[in-house]
Design a protein around this ligand. Structure first.
Ligand SMILES: [Zn+2]
Length: 257
């Protein structure tokens, strides 16, 4: 069956973003998620583990993820909702099976996941598991997003082939990430200024004010995945500017010296 499951081109597709931890999606794609969800896309972030040892701290991080989801507009689900296991405590076999089920149950038209060049071992585990799972959903597109940690040599190994303009969604991204900055957490606060510089640098590669990047791993023509990818690349509302928004700003490059 290669026909799209949703024939109406105006019905937004459903995107599933699979991450190792809360805040991974916000750091890699917070601007794009905000832009897509404000344009009517349905996007679910599926998080594997809070990586917290205590139930109380795990709950705090889950609550932060829920607040971040309200800011960006996505839905949130937990891959292993009833235990405190870290990603590296789960066998690859179990992880792949759970992702098989998630994609099947969600009916996702496209799946986004960590890149396999990530510097975090647990991010690479999720990347490999999603790749293995993709055998069961050939009609859905598969894309990867960039490395979270900019301070290792792995950061520049990720080469985006798709750029999403996010200049109008930097505030939402920052606000969503700040939900994870609470006392007692076991990780450092993100450097806002450095993050914005990286987004603006990526934008400079493609003629927009700021961008987030994705890499396309697979899409099959005439499938729901192809339709979802086209939707992700469509012009989306950008409150920052009347001109520097979405596909139009990329096309505007043709008219520059
Ligand atoms: Zn992570």
């Amino acid at each position: 069956m290669r026909e799209s499951h949703q024939e109406d081109p105006d019905v937004a597709p459903h995107i599933l973003c699979v991450t190792a931890h809360p805040d991974d999606a916000e750091i890699a794609l917070g601007g794009a998620i905000s832009a897509w969800c404000h344009a009517g896309l349905r996007l679910t972030v599926a998080v594997c583990s809070t990586s917290e040892r205590s139930a109380a701290m795990s709950e705090r991080r889950k609550n932060a993820a829920a607040r971040a989801a309200r800011i960006l507009g996505h839905e949130l689900t937990w891959v292993f909702p009833h235990d405190l296991r870290r990603v590296e405590d789960v066998t690859e076999h179990e992880l792949v099976g759970r992702i098989d089920g998630l994609v099947r149950e969600s009916g996702a038209d496209a799946v986004l996941a960590h890149a396999d060049c990530d510097s975090h071992a647990d991010h690479r585990m999720v990347s490999r598991a999603v790749l293995a799972s993709s055998r069961t959903w050939p009609d859905s597109a598969l894309l990867s997003f960039g490395v979270s940690e900019p301070r290792t040599a792995a950061y520049t190994r990720f080469q985006p082939s798709i750029f999403i303009p996010v200049a109008g969604h930097l505030e939402s991204k920052r606000a969503a990430i700040h939900e994870f900055h609470y006392d007692g957490k076991g990780y450092r606060d993100l450097d806002d200024d450095a993050m914005e510089l990286r987004l603006r640098a990526m934008g400079s590669l493609c003629g927009v004010d700021a961008a987030e990047g994705l890499s396309l791993l697979r899409v099959v023509g005439q499938t729901r995945g192809a339709r979802a990818l086209a939707w992700l690349l469509r012009k989306v509302p950008d409150p920052s500017s009347d001109t520097a928004n979405g596909v139009d700003s990329v096309r505007a490059l043709d008219h520059r010296e």
